[in-house]
Design a protein around this ligand. Structure first.
Ligand SMILES: Nc1ncnc2c1ncn2[C@@H]1O[C@H](COP(=O)(O)OP(=O)(O)O)[C@@H](O)[C@H]1O
Length: 274
């Protein structure tokens, strides 16, 4: 079976499993200096089904897709699927294509649509076998072809498009750290820029690790200045058109980030509700 057939069949089975039960959830998003209480009636209200939300996060490398997608995944109880993690898991395996994928990612290029579809398809099948439904996708789709294929087989409820200044994106990628033991994601970059010439200021304190992780921090091999610049270039060329692809009929919320966390979660929930 081809990757596309896998994806099609997994998506088709997911759609068939929808139940009419709507659920109401109170999510409490704790912000650095505010607490936001959100009453969330998920998308199930729209389609009358009981499946989990089907959301997509778009945005440049370093914008914070993973941070927000993972928090929302915990709040909503739906899987967070980061295609970058799927690729890294494959790299860490002894699969025949691991070496080739390492060369591609270390140069900041995109892996082929076929490879991504295969990895995503396997992941969706696993989650189906575990009885999980819904997804918060982070890092997919990244090409128009991926978007078109996915659009043909799924009903995406919400597309969140995060935006951040390019100099800050670079700083945030260079500040990323991962605990080699627990896998936790942190960021040592301290963004503190005064607003001027009508531009808003920016304040994003570091996301520091707990003491037990501090001596085990590593950086991703593709988070060097040269590779991040190439990834940004690839994003503008290959992935920005995906933002336009979703901008019209789809429910898309664009968020310009200037501070970490503040009101972002509430804005995303509010968009899902309207
Ligand atoms: N949807 C995708 N299509 C093609 N390649 C992908 C996709 N998702 C991830 N990758 C590959 O995995 C790498 C790491 O992805 P990710 O962790 O999402 O990085 P980023 O921080 O750039 O958003 C990408 O540079 C690319 O090589």
């Amino acid at each position: 079976m081809t990757a596309l057939q896998h994806l099609l069949s997994a998506a088709a089975r997911g759609a068939a499993k929808r139940s009419p039960a709507a659920r109401m959830m109170t999510a409490v998003a704790c912000e650095a200096d505010t607490a936001i209480h959100v009453n969330l009636a998920p998308k199930t209200r729209r389609d009358g089904g009981g499946r989990g939300v089907q959301w997509i996060f778009l945005g440049c490398p370093g914008v914070g897709k993973g941070t927000y997608a993972s928090r929302l995944s915990q709040l909503l109880g739906v899987p967070h699927i980061a295609t970058g993690d799927l690729v890294r898991n494959e790299l860490a395996s002894s699969s025949p294509q691991a070496r080739q994928l390492a060369d591609i990612t270390n140069q900041g290029k995109l892996v082929s649509d076929e490879v991504i579809m295969t990895l995503l398809s396997k992941r969706l099948q696993q989650q189906e076998a575990n009885g999980e439904s819904g997804f918060i996708l982070d890092g997919f789709p990244r090409t128009i072809r991926q978007a078109e294929i996915f659009e043909g087989v799924t009903d995406v409820d919400l597309v969140v498009n995060l935006k951040l200044r390019e100099d800050v994106l670079l700083e945030k990628c260079l500040g990323r750290r991962i605990c080699s033991q627990c896998g936790g994601n942190f960021n040592v970059a301290f963004i503190n820029i005064r607003g001027e010439n009508g531009e808003p200021g920016m304040y994003m304190p570091p996301l520091l690790p707990p003491p037990q992780c501090t001596t085990k921090l590593i950086s991703r091999p593709d988070d060097t200045e040269e590779v991040v610049k190439e990834r940004l270039h690839v994003y503008y060329e290959m992935s920005q058109p995906v933002e336009e692809f979703y901008s019209q009929p789809r429910k898309t919320v664009g968020i310009q980030l200037t501070r970490r966390n503040r009101r972002i979660m509430a804005k995303i929930f509010a968009s899902a509700e309207t």
